[in-house]
Design a protein around this ligand. Sequence first.
Ligand code: ZN
Length: 292
Amino acid sequence: MAKRKKIRLRGRDRAAAYIGGAAVLLLLITLIVVRWGRAGDQEAQTPENEIESSVVEWSEKVTSLLWLINTEHILPQSYVPEGLEALPNSNVQVVEEAGRAFLRMVQDMDTPVYAANGYISAAAQQNLYDTKRQEYLDAGYSEERTNMVIVDEYFPGGADEHQLGLTIDVCTEASLNLDYDFALTPQGQWLKEHAWEYGFIFRQTEGAPKIYKPWQLRYVGETHAAIMQELELCLDDYLAYLADKGTSYFSDVGAMHLDLIVYFTDSLSEIPLKIREVSGDNNGHYIVVCYR
Ligand SMILES: [Zn+2]
């Protein structure tokens, strides 16, 4: 009883203690708020030199993964991608990153596919185009009709994405022909379902937007392939979609379940940090993928 009496405060003392406690609490809250505020300020004004060095760093790492190639967006005749490598036991050349993804994918298939074409130079493509064109003319097609049918099949040199070294035509052991029946084979069906997991998509052609080539795979990297699969958009439409939105938010992307922001922009310097990858579009824009 006596002990309790000693520590029990009388009315006025108790009020003083409450006020004192409240003051300490207020001080603490103020300190926390001020510190937070400062941290926020620091974040908001990320040191300019950090942004600058990030822009320089990333401008040197811009890839061609999303480059759109067609008769309106052609490549210079002299363009040869960096890092071309022949696939094992093959004379098909592709950019190393695409080649690695391709081999990983083929390993996971029950019945494999074989690479029939990879990188095709502008000169070789022009040759293909001229030869095919001549075949039509020789077969009695008029010039006008030839021009009409050929756009569905061949692009002239500079207008075909095979020149990027990111496009691979595949065939099966049973059929070395590149034809639409490939879509019906087990391999064709497997690719349709799984190619995106390895960073490959099917590219609709500019000349024939309704027709896609089930044997032709275009490497865009796993991030964009996963988003395109989710949106059910081909490369042409995906780029138009991103351009239209400017800034796009995506959740739970791919096997890594990433939350990402994709910017479609003319300049890297307006992009905050936390960049994951940057590609050009062959038309003066950047597609910047950032972590959210
Ligand atoms: Zn092809």
